[in-house]
Design a protein around this ligand. Structure first.
Ligand code: 0RA
Length: 649
């Protein structure tokens, strides 16, 4: 390891500094592991991290203002706050300042945890050092003790110690950085994206005032929302244009649970047919929801049921289901908590179990009290929900009437093993392509036959990448799929004849299952590309483990998820763990509850990368093609971007 950077005190390069440089080197070698990728999103991640550090200073009550400036060329950004200023005095033992440690040590956040420096959000806690490692230049100016103190870094390496550059009044921290073009290629900050993100930050932190300046056009905008999440809900709703059932929203501000979790919530029902919950954890968007959203749904469900029961509104022969309660529900939920755990490929889903019960127990009693105290609001909401239930029952009855078992269907030549659904409405119907006959049997029993069709597959599917078109057409499994879909393939593709709105691959949660799913994706990519482009192709996520502990049941899709759940149970807990050898083993009812039911299942949509089509093409040709050599090279070059949960070796 070469350490050639000139420093004021070369002798301070001790063993610590070497590990530091090795740490930052690791970040530069595998940036994806720390910021998710080196695309636009990764590039902007650096800025969110720096902003979050200043936001924390505001949240902890030490700062009131944040300025964000993008340079005229769009390649650099400056974030300043009027907080305490990062400590700059040199620690006699290490010869380094807190500033240098924070910017050069991976996960330095933890070391300063004694309420001095908490990385509560950021890149889910990866810290300022990652930004530093991935910046060609980063300059920190700290105002404190009547001076501006400055330290400069290049690609993570300090260019000398921190030093006083001028006298100054007040306190604060300012970080200017240029993401490294060696890592991110030619990229610029997107002012619209930055503005939007800062706006959301200001909504989620009422007291926060963020000024954003784009030097490219000299324009400045101030983001400050005195109404917080309530204003945010209004703004989101104004965009969607769906009228509210009652103008008043239910608000819960700064509600704190016993274990230190804090929430802000704004909630209302609209005439929209879908549910729209926008959630955050420590101001990080959780697009895939998670345990906090689960807790919210449970709370809303119980509170509404209490209201309906108390006023005996359920008597009129209508069954209200949870989907009826959720129809038109719009909410902004912001949770602040220590040590959030995120899950999923994009880390967009909160995984902490305690968040579920904490949110539930904060929201339920307050929402119940709100509905009881505002009976006319409760009545209007109840009316909305009962209306949704009636509409659902009516459309179900209508679907029942247009059963597919009409003579015309015989002309479609549907495959014998297809268990078709009843409705003819392609918009709401789903085709599950299921691995194996026994799993097909469970799925057939467990499904909602009104709109869910099942096509079981025997054994492995032909690799469409290595087969000629005539082989593909001759292949029984693939031709059955085409026949079931009804829309033809390749140049004969006709979307108007498509018989299902969603095509869902349901395979075991093991490597064989993943292989079959990959073969199916390859076939769809090559011969039914339009369906992939339209976002109509999905992977189901069946659980591999069922974990029961006392009254609670958890599902885990893989070993990692299992370990995660077990890790969150008390040390003396003796949970009961069942592993499903395959889908076929799972009782039909369980399969429905965990994997088929739209209200509870999770689907992964198969998508093509927005701005890198050649990459998708290369992935399919090299990974699935005949050339073993190309496959090998591909696997080697991609191995490092795969996270643990993707690898199945
Ligand atoms: C460590 C200790 C103290 C403040 C900070 C870090 C700090 C970090 C950042 C990052 C962005 N803005 C910031 N402002 C402050 C406490 C110092 C003291 O007690 O004086």
């Amino acid at each position: 390891m070469a350490v050639s950077t000139p420093r004021d005190k070369p002798n301070t390069y001790n063993a610590d500094s070497i590990t530091v440089l090795e740490g930052l080197e690791a970040v530069r070698k595998r940036p994806g592991m720390y910021i998710g990728g080196v695309d636009t999103s990764g590039f902007h991640h650096l800025l969110w991290e720096v902003v979050d550090n200043s936001v924390d200073e505001v949240l902890n009550g030490h700062a009131t203002r944040i300025n964000v400036v993008l340079s005229a060329d769009g390649r650099s950004a400056t974030v300043s706050d009027n907080g305490r200023g990062i400590p700059v005095d040199i620690h006699p033992k290490t010869g380094r300042s807190a500033l240098e440690v924070i910017f050069t040590t991976l996960h330095a956040g933890g070391k300063f945890d004694n309420d001095a420096y908490k990385v509560s959000g950021g890149l889910h806690g990866v810290g300022a050092s990652v930004v530093n490692a991935l910046s060609s230049e980063l300059v920190v100016d700290v105002k404190r003790d009547n001076f501006v103190h400055r330290q400069t870094f290049r690609r993570g390496k300090p260019q000398g110690d921190v030093r006083k550059v001028e006298s100054a009044r007040g306190t604060g921290t300012s970080v200017t950085f240029t993401p490294d073009h060696e890592i991110f290629r030619e990229q610029k900050f997107n002012p619209a994206l930055v503005a939007e993100r800062l706006d959301v930050k200001a909504y989620l932190n009422k007291g926060l005032s963020i000024t954003f300046t784009d030097e490219a056009n000299g324009q400045s905008t101030n983001f400050h929302h005195a109404g917080g999440v309530s204003d945010y809900l209004d703004a989101l709703q104004a965009k969607s244009d769906e009228p509210r059932v009652v103008p008043t929203a239910f608000l819960l501000e700064q509600a704190q649970s016993g274990d230190g979790l804090r929430i802000d919530l704004a909630l209302a029902w609209t005439e929209a047919t879908n549910e729209s919950v926008t959630s955050y954890v420590n101001t990080i968007p959780t697009r895939d929801g998670g345990t906090h959203e689960q807790g919210l749904r449970e709370a809303v469900h119980s509170a509404v049921r209490m209201f309906l029961t108390k006023y005996e509104m359920l008597k009129k022969g209508v069954e209200v289901k949870s989907e009826d309660i959720r129809e038109g529900l719009t909410a902004v939920l912001s949770v602040c908590m220590g040590n959030p755990q995120f899950q999923g490929q994009t880390k967009d889903r909160l995984n902490n179990m305690e968040a579920r019960s904490a949110v539930e127990s904060l929201v339920r009693p307050k929402l119940e009290a709100f509905l009881l105290a505002n009976k006319s609001i409760g009545d209007a909401i109840a009316e909305r929900i009962i209306r949704a239930a009636k509409a659902r029952e009516a459309s179900r009855a209508a679907a029942n009437q247009v059963r597919r078992k009409t003579p015309t269907n015989n002309r479609l030549n549907l495959p014998g093993k297809l268990h078709d659904c009843d409705t003819n409405n392609a918009e709401i119907s789903e085709l599950f392509i299921v691995e194996g006959d026994s799993a097909g049997g469970s799925a057939k029993q467990g499904r909602d036959r009104i709109y869910q069709a099942i096509l079981p597959l025997k054994g492995k599917v032909l690799n469409a990448e290595q087969a000629t078109k005539s082989k593909v057409v001759d292949n029984k499994e693939l031709s059955d799929i085409i026949a079931a879909l009804g829309c033809g393939m390749d140049e004969k593709f006709d979307r108007t004849r498509l018989r299902y709105g969603k095509v869902i691959f349901l395979t075991d949660a093991d490597s064989d299952g993943h292989h079959i799913a990959t073969l199916l994706i390859t076939f769809f990519y090559r011969h039914l590309r339009q369906l992939v482009e339209d976002g109509s192709v999905y992977l189901a996520c069946p659980p591999l483990y069922k974990i029961t502990w006392g009254q609670q049941t958890f599902w885990a899709a893989d070993d990692k998820a299992k370990a995660n759940i077990l890790g969150q149970l008390p040390a003396n807990a003796h949970p009961n763990i069942t592993r499903f050898k395959g889908l076929g083993e799972m009782p039909a009812k369980l399969l429905f509850e965990t994997t088929l039911d739209p209200a509870r299942r999770r689907l992964l949509r198969v998508t093509l990368p927005e701005n890198d089509r050649p990459y998708a093409e290369r992935t399919i040709t090299e990974l699935m093609g005949k050339e073993a050599d190309a496959r090998y090279r591909f696997i080697i070059s991609e191995a490092y971007t795969a996270t643990e949960e993707e690898l199945d070796v």
